[in-house]
Structures are given as structure tokens and as C-alpha cells.
Design a protein around this ligand. Sequence first.
Ligand SMILES: *[C@@H]1O[C@H](CO)[C@@H](O)[C@H](O)[C@H]1NC(C)=O
Ligand SMILES: *[C@@H]1O[C@H](CO)[C@@H](O)[C@H](O)[C@H]1NC(C)=O
Ligand SMILES: *[C@@H]1O[C@H](CO)[C@@H](O)[C@H](O)[C@H]1NC(C)=O
Ligand SMILES: *[C@@H]1O[C@H](CO)[C@@H](O)[C@H](O)[C@H]1NC(C)=O
Ligand SMILES: *[C@@H]1O[C@H](CO)[C@@H](O)[C@H](O)[C@H]1NC(C)=O
Ligand SMILES: *[C@@H]1O[C@H](CO)[C@@H](O)[C@H](O)[C@H]1NC(C)=O
Length: 246
Amino acid sequence: MRFNIITLLLAGVTATSAATTTSGASPASTCSPSASDAKVLQFALGVSNFIGHFYNETVNSTFGESTNATIKAYQKVLFGLEKGNTLSSQAIEKVGAKAPGFSKPECDYKIPEVSSTQSWAQWAYRFESTVTGAFIGLAGYTQSPEVAFLMARLAAEHSEHSSLIGSRVNSSYFAQNSTSLVAAYGPIQILSTRNETGSLGEYLGGCLTAPTSPCGPLRIGPLAATPSSSGAVSSPTLATSAAKKI
Ligand SMILES: *[C@@H]1O[C@H](CO)[C@@H](O)[C@H](O)[C@H]1NC(C)=O
Ligand SMILES: *[C@@H]1O[C@H](CO)[C@@H](O)[C@H](O)[C@H]1NC(C)=O
Ligand SMILES: *[C@@H]1O[C@H](CO)[C@@H](O)[C@H](O)[C@H]1NC(C)=O
Ligand SMILES: *[C@@H]1O[C@H](CO)[C@@H](O)[C@H](O)[C@H]1NC(C)=O
Ligand SMILES: *[C@@H]1O[C@H](CO)[C@@H](O)[C@H](O)[C@H]1NC(C)=O
Ligand SMILES: *[C@@H]1O[C@H](CO)[C@@H](O)[C@H](O)[C@H]1NC(C)=O
């Protein structure tokens, strides 16, 4: 049970645990998820299930009927991304099982109307970018290295999805004059209902509660990072600038 997540999903961790063993360090009590991490993991699972649900509900109905070879080939790639989404949720559930008080969120998700492969890609790009930023943000809300490690892995996974789709949707995706790293979004911003990247409130059906940051607002060098849990983030101006400048 304890090794499932490591052997199944987190191949890279083998090197990490080997290194730890070699150095003779014994695990600190805070290495496993704590009760406060249960909230972080529940939020992560709600977000992960949302993107999984979006793919499950829209990929076949949007791409399945086409006889166009290009679209068929694209659909195969999307099945791969769909699998990545399912693995993301499984990983969160397995780590969540170790966090006292963790329970799976029961969400009644809403999915936007998708009328064409183009509109599918627009929505998928928006949602994958949002989910990527949500996992980066959540890494700042955990007290356990194991959960931070999982959030890093999930952010990278969804950033891959986002860049694959985004490079087809947005011609300025990797702009030479870009001034920021990949966006991060705090939980309160994710819950907001603005109709733009960084917000999912419109689609989550009110099933999630923002976790509380143990450290207050995060700063990395001179650049604002994860928005705080104070609620200031729901101000649109702040949220936008915070989101852009990690
Ligand atoms: C999406 O479909 C896969 C395969 O059918 C399933 O395992 C997974 O639980 C579904 N994800 C969601 C969020 O419903
Ligand atoms: C979509 O279609 C593929 C191939 O036909 C199938 O394997 C998969 O289970 C379908 N996904 C869903 C969510 O129905
Ligand atoms: C197939 O779909 C692609 C992408 O939408 C399009 O550019 C191409 O013209 C289509 N090919 C045919 C034969 O319809
Ligand atoms: C396109 O990507 C750039 C760089 O990531 C981003 O600043 C911009 O907002 C994106 N445009 C759209 C329409 O998503
Ligand atoms: C980056 O360059 C593009 C044109 O290449 C321009 O449209 C855009 O406004 C520029 N963005 C910034 C932040 O300077
Ligand atoms: C949200 O934005 C999308 C794309 O920008 C647009 O098509 C849609 O109508 C908007 N929805 C609402 C409720 O304003």
C-alpha cells in the first residue's frame, strides 16, 4: 500500500529515497501528510477531477466522429492526456489516504458548451493552464515534503498538457518578450468565478473550500508568487498581477 504510489506513478522518487537511505537520515514526523494537508489534497483532487471530467465528457464527443486523419491523430494524443489526468487523480488519492481527515470531494461539475475542435482546444488550454497554476499555488500551502513533491509533479504534468495544446491555440505562447514564468494561482483565485484563465468557480459547483496558507503570502525574490489565503486575492487587479509574476 505505502509503495503503490512510488512504484506506479512516481518513478523518479526511487532516486530520492535511495539518496535518503544512503545518507542515513531518518524520516522526520512531518514528512507524511498532516491533517492540514488533507485540505490541500482535497482541493487538489477536486481540481484534478474537474479536468479529468472535462476530457472524459468532451474528447470523444468532439473528436470521435471525425474521419479527418489529422483530427484522428490528435484524438490519440488526447487519449494520452486523458490518461495523464486519471493518473493525477489516482496519485492524489493515494497520498490523500495517508492524510488524517482526508475525504474525496463530491463535486457536481459544470462543463462549458464545446461546439468544435477549435473551441475544445480553447477551453482545454484555459483549463490546463489554470490547473497547472493551481498545483503550483497549492505547493505553497502544504507542510509536508511528500505533498509538495506531488504538487510539483502534477504541475509539470499539466504544464506539458497546456503547452502541447497552447502551442496550437496561441501563437504567442512562447513569446520572446515574455516577462514572467508560468502563472501560479492561489486557491481563492481558483474558486473565483471570473470567466478567464485562473478561475474555475463557474465549473466546480461550489464543492471545494480553499485551504489556509501556513506561511502567509509567498514571495520569491522580488517577484510576487502564490497569492495569500487572506482573501486579498479575490480583488481582480491583485489577482492578475500576482498570477503573472511568479
Ligand atoms: C475518466 O475516465 C477514466 C476511464 O474511463 C476513469 O478512470 C476516470 O475516473 C474518469 N475521470 C473522472 C474525473 O471522471
Ligand atoms: C473514448 O473512446 C475511446 C476509444 O473509442 C474509448 O477507449 C474510451 O473509453 C472512450 N472514453 C470515454 C470517456 O467514454
Ligand atoms: C482536417 O482537419 C484539419 C484541422 O482542422 C484541417 O486543417 C484540414 O483541412 C482537414 N482535412 C480535410 C481533408 O478536411
Ligand atoms: C498566449 O500566451 C501568452 C504567453 O504565455 C500569454 O501571455 C497570453 O495571455 C496567451 N493568450 C491567450 C489568448 O491565452
Ligand atoms: C511582445 O511582442 C508582440 C509582437 O511581437 C507584441 O504584440 C506584444 O505586445 C509584446 N508584449 C510585450 C509585453 O511587450
Ligand atoms: C467566457 O469566455 C468565453 C471565451 O472567452 C466565451 O466564449 C463565453 O461566452 C464566456 N462565458 C460567459 C458566461 O461570459
